[in-house]
Design a protein around this ligand. Structure first.
Ligand SMILES: Nc1ncnc2c1ncn2[C@@H]1O[C@H](COP(=O)(O)OP(=O)(O)OP(=O)(O)O)[C@@H](O)[C@H]1O
Ligand SMILES: [Mg+2]
Length: 460
């Protein structure tokens, strides 16, 4: 909780920092350009006023006109000083102060007809000023000095500053609100997902996350939901598996314990004892087979199962298996047939693959009546080799087919109590085939028979 709050804090601070820098730059730029253009405008206006006085003077240079100009300026924000060409004052609109005095005593070089700016340092000086020359009758010349107090300009700028500060405060508060909202919107789903994963790690798989849309957060939340379901499934599978194991181990152990107990009695005949001992032997064999199978499965699960693949010619390999299993088939009265006389090279671990075929043939014997036929055949199908093992046995009901490769899964457990194994055979077969990068499929019809199809890559 605290950590995620930190994320939102970090996110917020970064965002705020970045926005602040941006805003400060923007404001400085805006401010200076506004102030500059304002000053330029003021200077241009001052200059224009001086120029218009010049025009008036040049049309009628009279005492009256001079007076008129002075009166006009006395009433305005600006001030005027008119001098002759030696900078001797002819008339002023108000009393001169020291600063104005210094400006008009400055030496003047060539001034263009439309005048120049004499002072534009509005921050440090008391006045900004311009000068415009005038000429009357070619010889009598003079200058119109215009002044404007910088107090007013400074007032203007400080008003502008106030506007800027108000604007900045408004933008800043808007930004803070937006950031708070954004970081909340971003971190709330994160906090939810964090809680969900915490729940998962504690073994509670009832994760309840709302749909968060199609963005990255939504994807993450969907992945967490999938993970929760997988974990739940795994957990259920594991407890089911454990329950089946203990159940499967208990049955032969009960037999062993019971018959061992009976065999210990002194009052039983030799033949009975022999029979009991052979039951004990059979059941222990079953147990040890089952434990070996479980071991294999555990190794396959952990991926520590080593298969040593090598190039093997499949047909001769199948024929040698045929020789080995034929006696068992004969004993049960089931015919066995191998149809394979091609030269088919595959990469398999012969020992493990033999285990696969043995398991399938073992099922074929176990789940077939005498006088039926089991056949093994090999076919090429666009680049892959399909090994088919088909029997004419009891078949498997359609409802059971999807689970047939599950561990401990057996069809009709009660009916095959005597013959039935532990239900591990096919799950081992499937894992082994997959370890060989192959696939296995099943087709079965109740009462007609079952066929397994193993597909493998053929070596060129
Ligand atoms: N060829 C088949 N014909 C009919 N039913 C079959 C056949 N092969 C498998 N089955 C059914 O599928 C179940 C699972 O087979 P699997 O080989 O996994 O276990 P099992 O033969 O019972 O025991 P195990 O092989 O571990 O000794 C069997 O119990 C049987 O009901
Ligand atoms: Mg089996």
């Amino acid at each position: 909780m605290i950590n995620l709050n930190k994320i939102s804090l970090k996110f917020g601070l970064w965002f705020l920092g970045a926005m602040l820098i941006l805003e400060v730059f923007l404001f400085i730029f805006l401010h200076t350009s506004m102030v500059d253009s304002r000053i330029e405008e003021e200077l241009a206006a001052l200059q224009a006023r001086g120029n218009s006085h010049r025009d008036v003077l040049e049309t009628s240079y009279k005492e009256e006109t001079l007076h008129h100009i002075a009166v006009m300026e006395a009433k305005a924000d600006t001030e005027v000083i008119i001098t002759d060409q030696n900078q001797n004052i002819i008339i002023t609109s108000s009393k001169l102060d020291k600063e104005e005095q210094t400006i008009i005593t400055k030496e003047i070089k060539q001034v263009p007809r439309d005048g120049v700016t004499l002072e534009n340092r509005w921050k440090s000086e008391k006045y900004i000023s311009t000068i415009t020359p005038f000429t009357i009758n070619q010889n009598q010349k003079g200058y119109v000095y215009m002044f404007r107090s910088t107090d007013q300009i400074q007032g203007l700028i400080s008003r502008l500053n106030h506007h800027f500060i108000a604007g900045a405060i408004m933008i800043l508060s808007l930004m803070v609100i937006t950031i708070l909202f954004l970081s909340k919107a971003l971190t709330t789903p994160l906090i939810r997902m964090k809680r969900a994963t915490e729940k998962l790690s504690k073994g509670d798989f009832s994760v309840n996350l709302p749909d968060m849309g199609n963005d990255e957060l939504g994807e993450l939340s969907r992945s967490i939901k999938i993970l929760a379901e997988d974990l739940k499934h795994l957990k259920e599978e594991r407890s089911e598996f454990l329950a089946s194991i203990s159940h499967e181990l208990r049955t032969p152990l009960t037999y062993i314990k019971g018959y061992a107990d009976v065999s210990r009695r002194k009052d039983i005949g030799e033949t009975d004892r022999d029979q009991y001992l052979s039951i004990i032997f059979e059941e222990s064999k079953k147990l040890s087979n089952m434990i070996m199978d479980l071991f294999d499965l555990a190794k396959l699960d952990k991926n520590t199962f080593v298969i040593n693949r090598m190039e093997v010619e499949l047909c001769s390999f199948l024929h040698s298996i045929y020789e080995k299993v034929l006696p068992a088939f004969k004993e049960k009265g089931v015919e066995l047939d191998v149809d394979c006389n091609k030269n088919v090279q595959v990469m398999i671990d012969p020992m493990r693959f033999e285990q696969v075929v043995f398991n399938l043939l073992d099922n074929a014997i176990k789940y077939s009546e005498p006088n039926t036929k089991t056949s093994i055949s090999v076919k090429r199908e666009n680049g892959t080799i399909v090994l088919k093992i088909e029997d004419e046995g009891y078949g498997i009901p359609q409802d059971d087919l999807p689970y047939i490769f599950d561990r401990f899964y057996r069809v009709d457990k009660s009916r095959f109590r005597g013959t039935g194994g532990s239900g591990l055979g096919l799950s081992i077969v499937k894992e082994l085939i997959e370890a060989h990068d192959g696939t296995i499929e099943i087709k079965s019809e109740q009462g007609k028979g079952t066929a397994f199809f193993i597909s493998l890559k053929e070596l060129p």
